[in-house]
Write a protein of this length. Structure first.
Length: 351
């Protein structure tokens, strides 16, 4: 329920009260969320309410049609509850001179939704079936001809209606995406020793596994480890798993790259929910021991991370650049209260 969490954060003046969630398949969510009932659309006509907000992108037109044509609720009752925040974003950047920010705002103006990404994908991203593996008792999709397993706790939407999942993965890594890890010289080459910190479902690692000589997969969310081990079982001889937080100190639950890595590396990808700066602090020896290193470090999670990551990499002898475009990381509370566009990835090369 990402939209619900967003509304709770945006709604800092307590202007809205949610009286019900509505879903055509209400049973899949249970009876309630945070004490708020989940009902089917046919029950809408019995409720007294001011507005309905449609919290989806892919089925918005179909749901609007169902509400107006079948349930006979006036279209004036459908309202975008995030519109006030959208206007804050547009107002802040209305006189912006940066061409890439203007491009984001142009895309944002056309969208009815709050969007993290403001770009037109270069490629068409196909839908994918979700399959069930009886032996492993897990769901998986086919990703570049390989099985990519999904965690047992993974969002029910993708398990039951998830033919768009692989499209989401590839759109994040589209050639026009501000979240793109690899571009030009900053890419995994054959024979590279690779660190993937923040593996999640493993698409980046799986995309590069056949090229890599050795790969460290660092993922602190235990829910993903079982699925990752199934995904990378065919490559177990060159994969090392680490189920800890990557940081600047060592403990029972945390580890530094200095402690984990024995020898030099060639590529570091880091997407660890705002822990990137701390993790880089614990990697000085790795950079010192690696004469030819490339990296893609996410910089959109926290205010000021882009500048700090660049400075740290520069201090390690790494030349830096950024991915093109900007992101509006609406999952950061500070961005919801004070809109801020951020660069997605800081890339680097130490030659």
């Amino acid at each position: 329920m990402n939209y619900y969490n967003l509304l709770k954060n945006v709604n800092y003046r307590n202007e809205f009260k949610i009286i019900a969630f509505v879903d055509n398949n209400a049973k899949k969510w249970g009876d309630e969320i945070d004490g708020i009932k989940i009902i089917s659309p046919c029950e809408l006509s019995r409720l007294k309410f001011d507005y309905i907000d449609i919290w989806t992108v892919n089925y918005k037109d179909d749901i609007r049609r169902q509400i107006v044509d079948e349930i006979k609720i006036p279209i004036a009752k459908i309202k975008n509850m995030f519109e006030e925040y959208r206007q804050l974003v547009l107002e802040k950047y209305k006189n912006e001179k940066d061409s890439e920010i203007r491009e984001f705002i142009k895309y944002f103006e056309k969208s009815e939704e709050l969007t993290v990404y403001g770009f037109q994908p270069k490629d068409k991203h196909e839908l994918a079936e979700v399959y069930y593996d009886e032996i492993n008792d897990m769901n998986y999709i086919i990703f570049e001809g390989k099985k990519l397993y999904l965690a047992r706790t993974f969002n029910n939407f993708y398990i039951k209606e998830g033919k768009k999942y692989i499209a989401d993965i590839w759109q994040e890594q589209d050639a026009n995406s501000p979240h793109l890890y690899e571009e030009n010289e900053v890419k995994v080459d054959y024979g590279d020793v690779v660190i993937d910190a923040g593996v999640c479902e493993g698409n980046f690692a799986l995309h590069n596994i056949e090229k890599a000589k050795k790969m460290y997969l660092i993922e602190c969310d235990s829910n993903w480890i079982e699925a990752l081990k199934a995904t990378f079982a065919p490559y177990k001889d060159k994969v090392i798993f680490c189920n800890k937080i990557l940081s600047d100190y060592d403990s029972e639950n945390a580890i530094t790259l200095n402690s984990l890595i024995d020898g030099s590396v060639n590529f570091i990808k880091m997407d660890i929910e705002g822990g990137e700066v701390q993790a880089l602090k614990g990697a000085d020896k790795v950079f010192a021991n690696s004469t030819n290193i490339k990296c893609a470090i996410c910089s959109y999670h926290k205010h000021g991370d882009e500048e700090m990551i660049k400075q740290m990499l520069n201090d390690y002898g790494v030349e830096t650049s950024t991915s093109k475009g900007y992101m509006l990381f609406i999952y950061d509370d500070s961005v919801l209260k004070n809109p801020e566009l951020r660069r997605g990835v800081v890339r680097g090369i130490k030659r």
